[in-house]
Design a protein around this ligand. Sequence first.
Ligand code: 9UX
Length: 71
Amino acid sequence: DDAHWSIAIEGMTCASCVARVEKALRQVEGVADASVNLATETASIAAAPAVTLASLTAAVTRAGYDVPVRT
Ligand code: 9UX
């Protein structure tokens, strides 16, 4: 089954930002679906088990947005 991620994303201010982040995440190998909630600044992602948080974070960063470090 797919793994489900919820990751915080910073730097989005309009609906086009949301679309950009969703597109970037969906282009990651193994990602089945990604949806972003602007109000909560959260991305919900379904992905194959092999997909790593690092690869998801990298896609968001390349698109120009930030993923806060989780401690
Ligand atoms: Mo909207 Mo987001 O004009 O980077 S696309 S602010």
